[in-house]
Ligand binder design. Structure first.
Ligand code: KIV
Length: 298
């Protein structure tokens, strides 16, 4: 009882975590239980996963961007973004690695904690890094660690090949976003970031992946660098929203790495991105102005 009362006072973010941890119906009895459930219902947004399906049905596009730190998360949240992803692209655009295969669980948890402090409205999804979901048991254990630091959903890379992990996560009550198409964690085996769905067999495999993740309980699926026409077919064939990155305009929504969108990683911008800002130039300009001012004795 004391635990539940304390959860009331910790605010929305903690209440979401508390709900996952304790289960509203199991932790209290009688009228206090009703009060508890009402309080939780008032604090929590109406089932956001259901909202995304409804958005798809209404033809409303879903927007998603990545964040890895508190200020960016808060700015994106205040801008009205639907989903914030703590992507393992962290490894490339924040930590300076060649690809995402060196990202560790500790790094992802550390950055998810920071992002969670800045998010009030958006759905906070976190990426499970490579080799933290090799078995269904490990996938659930890792997913729970992300929920414990404030994530509301998790994502991992794979379709048919990872159905047992996805089922285990969704059965554990953790909302799940799938990711198929080009899988950055497999870039070394694949030998580069290549467009998917060019051949008939690749297109069929992608469609099978999309159906498999929907059946396994995913509430949405990211389609990364999939041929636009195949992405359109997949989007029309499944009931959950398909959120594209470099996969054309017919998906139910779009996701981008924020550094690409705002021009904060000027050394490489994917071909499919049209940056909306040039933040790197602004940083250089401000730094040069400060250097000049200081050297001039100001
Ligand atoms: O790690 C990432 O940023 C992603 C993308 C889908 C944006 O997975």
């Amino acid at each position: 009882m004391a635990t539940v009362t304390a959860a009331f006072d910790r605010g929305l973010q903690a209440t979401r975590v508390a709900l996952q941890e304790f289960g509203a119906a199991n932790c209290v009895r009688g009228s206090f239980r009703r009060a508890c459930v009402l309080k939780l219902a008032a604090d929590l947004p109406a089932d956001p996963m259901k909202d995304f399906r409804q958005m798809k049905q209404r033809g409303e596009k879903i927007t998603a961007l990545t964040a890895y730190d508190y200020p960016t998360a808060r700015l994106l949240d205040e801008s009205g973004i639907d989903i914030i992803l703590v992507g393992d692209s962290l490894g490339m655009v924040v930590l300076g690695y060649q690809d995402t295969t060196g990202v560790t669980l500790e790094q992802m948890l550390h950055h998810t904690r920071a992002v969670a402090r800045g998010v009030k409205q958006a759905l906070l999804v976190a990426d499970l890094p490579i080799h933290t979901y090799d078995t269904p048991e490990q996938a659930v254990e890792t997913a729970r660690k992300f929920v414990d630091v404030g994530a509301q959903a998790v994502k991992l890379e794979g379709g048919v090949s990872h159905v047992s992990q996805i089922q285990a996560i969704t059965k554990a009550g953790i909302p799940f976003m799938a990711h198929i198409g080009m899988l950055p964690q497999s870039v070394r085996e694949e030998g580069g970031y290549r467009i998917k769905g060019r051949t008939q067999s690749e297109a069929e495999a992608l469609l099978a992946d999309a159906h498999a993740v929907e059946r396994a309980g995913a509430f949405s699926v990211v389609l990364e660098i999939v041929l636009a026409d195949i992405a359109r077919q997949i989007t029309g064939a499944i009931g959950i929203p398909a959120i594209g990155i470099g996969s054309g305009k017919h998906c139910d929504g779009q996701i981008l790495v924020t550094h690409d969108l705002i021009g904060l990683f000027p050394w490489f911008t994917p071909k499919f991105v049209s940056p909306e800002a040039r933040v790197a130039d602004e940083i250089r300009r401000a730094a040069r102005a400060f250097i000049e001012r200081t050297r001039a004795g100001g």
